[in-house]
Write a new protein. Structure first.
Length: 387
């Protein structure tokens, strides 16, 4: 089988699709990474994956430039004689599907990892953009053979709007997590002790949040919960994540550097920081399936997150953490306080999360689900050809 993976970023394919592509190569298939050139572009060849470049302007809304992007994708994929193409993220899903149809690629698969921030608030602008997205998705999904979603809520919504036929929906929860890497036993106690000493956190209970510093990740609620629990002198709230320059939803430095939270910005030692933490928090308003929650669960950390799209895929309320309403700082603080007071339950919930991560989200299991889908579609194509 000859299969192409199409994205708007080489980094996206390299960080999140590489295990699937490598497995296909191991099985003897011809695999193409189709993406703009970037820092990771040349690295695909090391794993037997052929890289093919095309040009696209990620933030452009100019109709002529968007039509050119469709043509650029078509020109890149047409000579490859692909039997199947798998597209990722909004623009490649839309433009790539149209280009794939033009190139007469037999099987087309899309991945929708979440409907995005336009679905968080019902502002006039968001409603207008949602209407446009849904019209475009309705068109391209009519060409697709399967559309993969990472949670149950998004496809249910789109089906209710008649954007997608129910028989085209396929759910694979997340791109997977390497539970051997994100393993609490991988970080030595000495490493954690050194890190705690360096950050002046010896004998403190650490409440950690890792996310971009934007409001709809629940940054304000995290800070407000920290303020509500500031009477606990031996508790430290930590936020790891950069501000998002140019994003109107980004928190500002003045806010992040005040209050009862230690804002650390970008860090390269998230694994070690997660190992050091005692409670993991993500009060997001909406997600696909947040990778940071998968990492925390795999590291056996009890989680407090919101009862919203994506987040509730990772946490079973009362088993490996708690679900709270969105934009509810008091409920968030209440559940964090409960875990602060019940260390034994923290441990049990963390262990439950680790088991869930291995059973449901381990990257090997997820890769197997993708390969099974590809094989089923390939078999269907062969059966259709032989009729």
């Amino acid at each position: 089988m000859t299969i192409g993976f199409l994205s708007h970023l080489d980094l996206n394919l390299y960080l999140f699709r590489l295990p699937i592509m490598k497995k296909l190569v191991e099985q003897g298939h011809t695999v193409y990474a189709i993406c703009p050139r970037g820092d990771k572009f040349e690295l695909f060849e090391r794993d037997g994956i052929q890289a093919v470049a095309y040009k696209i302007q990620r933030s452009s809304l100019n109709p002529l430039k968007e039509l050119k992007a469709v043509y650029n994708i078509y020109r890149a994929i047409k000579p490859l004689e692909l039997e199947m193409i798998h597209t990722f993220t909004a623009k490649p899903n839309i433009y790539g599907t149209v280009a794939a149809k033009m190139a007469k690629i037999p099987k087309i698969i899309n991945l929708v990892e979440g409907l995005g921030s336009f679905y968080i608030e019902d502002s006039p602008k968001n409603i207008m953009v949602r209407t446009l997205i849904e019209k475009l998705y309705k068109l391209v999904f009519s060409f697709s053979d399967k559309v993969i979603f990472v949670n149950s809520d998004d496809p249910k919504y789109l089906a209710s709007k008649r954007v997608i036929a129910k028989d085209k929906i396929h759910i694979i929860k997340s791109v997977g997590i390497d539970t051997q890497v994100f393993n609490p036993n991988n970080v030595k106690k000495e490493t954690v002790q050194v890190l705690r000493k360096k950050l002046d956190l010896v004998n403190k209970t650490v409440v950690l949040m890792v996310a971009r510093a934007i409001w709809h990740k629940g940054v304000r609620e995290f800070y407000e919960a920290a303020s509500l629990l500031s009477h606990y002198p031996n508790v430290q709230f930590i936020l790891v994540g950069e501000i998002d320059e140019g994003n109107p939803s980004s928190a500002n430095k003045a806010f992040l550097q005040t209050g009862d939270v230690l804002w650390m910005g970008h860090r390269d030692d998230v694994l070690e920081l997660t190992a050091m933490s005692d409670i993991y928090v993500l009060p997001s308003y909406r997600e696909g399936v947040p990778r940071t929650l998968l990492e925390a669960a795999s590291m056996a950390k009890p989680i407090v997150t919101t009862n919203t799209v994506g987040c509730r895929e990772v946490v079973k309320n009362g088993e490996n953490g708690f679900l709270v309403p969105i934009q509810d700082s008091e409920s968030l603080a209440e559940k964090i306080e409960y875990l602060l007071k019940h260390e034994d339950e923290r441990k049990i919930m963390g262990e439950n999360g680790r088991i869930m991560a291995i059973n449901e989200f381990d990257v090997k299991n997820v890769v197997h689900q993708y390969i099974t889908l590809y094989e089923a579609l390939k078999m269907r194509e062969e059966n259709e050809t032989n009729k």
